[in-house]
Design a protein around this ligand. Structure first.
Ligand code: SAH
Ligand code: SF4
Ligand code: F3S
Length: 463
């Protein structure tokens, strides 16, 4: 009988995509997928190292492994992703119940490693040696994206497509460059082939992924292709209704990208553009080479070209040396931008990063917590105001499926569905009994109510 694999994914969209591609590859390789971890013969944890909290969640799972293996002889456990690359052998030593540790640059080898362990081999380690020196992408790894096995029979309305790997920005707090390697842009023809095949298989919304997606630059074909051109090429695929991209890096955002956003009908008016701080002093310490003023000017320029631009941001509070005044500048920036939503994080020192080596984590945990809550409250106010303006309007929504509350089986929400507008606003609406009919389709929703996180409405018509 085929071995059943269950994958638990932590971290960012890159990891979600990696998990999907690995799952497709394993399926093609004779494995089956298990819905529940306790029904699996192989459990895979795809991990994130970006904050200590993300690692702690995985460590909790690893802590339970020995007992699970005692109860289920033959169970194979693999830890893949960013923690694997960061800690490698240490993890195998610390957790004897772990069979495989495999970095994000070696994921094409995972199926083989699982088979080896199932055949009786001892612990397997696959991490990329001298990762930051690597300028090439192993053919097998690129093939995971190119073959896109997950797409077959997994025909979904929405998909991620990677445009680049790694990151070269070295924000002083960030672990990503040291676990994901150098920034390497994928060949445009690979990206386009993949996107075309996804659209042929029924996909109508594609999100292009890169840690600094707008820095995309491919020179391998004798001429440089930059992000705006890529966006126009992918946006021209017939049948692709929506095209998004995350995450953008303020410095590399050129006007021609805004123009592509304004001119290509498929490209959505949504931008995830992290500022990280509103204080110029802190931005410099973070090695983010722009000022709050320059960031705001960029957004003004974008709004002038694109028109209605829906923005999401990331902020870190409690970075070393952040004073009350620095924090107030962040609050001011959040109000000035008018983000649709913000992801707010408490600074977490990451071993080996410039900030962890050179700067003392001197903002007390309690102050970090307060600033986190205060900024969340400010953003909530901003979001609510923006959301209220939608009441009475009818918006086009790509339906994603039953809303979370419906999944919990609460009778009053039984038939609530959720979807997103082109600007990435979350919309929850009543559509009794029509979940299957509407999922993956467009619907026109009349907005009746708004909270800071969600718009609520009713089905006006099918698009
Ligand atoms: N490449 C993306 C995001 C990378 S990680 C970008 O540059 O925007 C996602 C977010 O995690 C970052 O935007 C940052 O806000 C946060 N983050 C990264 N390292 C962190 C750390 N050490 N402590 C707290 N938050 C961190
Ligand atoms: Fe990390 Fe900065 Fe790269 Fe984003 S741009 S992944 S925050 S180093
Ligand atoms: Fe985390 Fe790795 Fe993504 S550290 S944020 S999973 S690139």
């Amino acid at each position: 009988m085929a071995a059943k694999v269950h994958i638990t994914t932590f971290g960012c969209q890159m990891n979600k995509l990696d998990s999907e591609l690995v799952a497709g590859e394993l399926l093609g390789d004779g494995f089956e997928l298990a819905e529940q971890a306790d029904a699996a013969d192989v459990v895979v944890f795809n991990t994130c190292s970006v904050r200590q909290h993300a690692e702690n969640r995985v460590l909790t799972c690893l802590g339970r492994l020995a007992e699970q293996k005692a109860q289920r002889p033959g169970l194979v456990a693999a830890l893949v992703g960013c923690m694997a690359q960061r800690q490698g052998l240490e993890l195998l030593e610390q957790f004897p119940a772990l069979d495989i540790v495999c970095g994000p640059g070696e994921l094409h080898r995972l199926g083989g490693l699982i088979k080896k362990v199932r055949a009786g081999a001892s612990q397997q380690l696959a991490v990329t040696e001298r990762l930051r020196a690597r300028r090439d992408v192993p053919a097998g790894l690129e093939e995971l994206d190119v073959s896109r096995r997950a797409a077959k029979g997994f025909c979904k309305a929405q998909a991620y497509v990677r445009v680049m790997r790694g990151c070269d920005k070295f924000c002083s707090y960030c672990i990503v460059p040291s676990v994901r390697g150098r920034e390497i842009s994928r060949p445009p023809r690979h990206i386009l082939d993949e996107a075309c095949r996804l659209v042929e298989a029924g996909c109508i919304e594609i999100t292009l992924l890169g840690q600094t997606v707008n820095s995309y630059c491919y020179g391998g074909d004798g001429r440089e292709i930059r992000f705006a051109e890529l966006l126009r090429k992918v946006g021209a695929i017939a049948g692709l209704e929506r095209l998004r991209f995350v995450t953008s890096y303020p410095i590399d955002f050129s006007e021609d990208i805004f123009r592509a956003m304004a001119e290509v009908p498929a490209v959505c008016n949504y931008l995830h553009l992290p500022a990280q701080s509103g204080s110029d002093r802190i931005l410099a310490a973070m090695n983010r080479p722009y000022t709050a003023g320059e960031y705001l000017a960029l957004i003004e320029r974008g709004r002038a070209i694109v028109g209605d631009l829906s923005l999401a941001g990331d902020f870190i509070v409690g970075f070393p040396g952040e004073s009350e005044q620095d924090f107030e500048e962040t609050v001011r920036l959040v109000r000035a931008v008018g983000y649709k939503n913000c992801f707010i994080f408490k600074y977490s020192p990451r071993p080996g990063t410039a900030a962890a080596k050179r700067l003392k984590d001197d903002v007390p945990a309690e102050v970090k917590r307060q600033r986190n809550n205060e900024l969340l409250a400010v953003q909530e106010e901003v979001s609510l105001e923006l959301h209220r303006a939608f009441i009475g309007q009818t918006v086009e929504v790509l339906v994603e499926g039953p809303s979370k509350s419906a999944r919990k089986g609460r009778a009053e929400h039984q038939y609530q569905l959720t979807g997103r507008t082109r600007g990435d606003h979350i919309v929850v609406f009543d559509a009794p009994g029509r979940a299957e009919q509407l999922t993956g389709k467009f619907a026109e929703i009349k907005i009746l109510e708004a909270s800071a996180l969600t718009l609520f409405g009713e089905l006006a018509s099918l698009a």
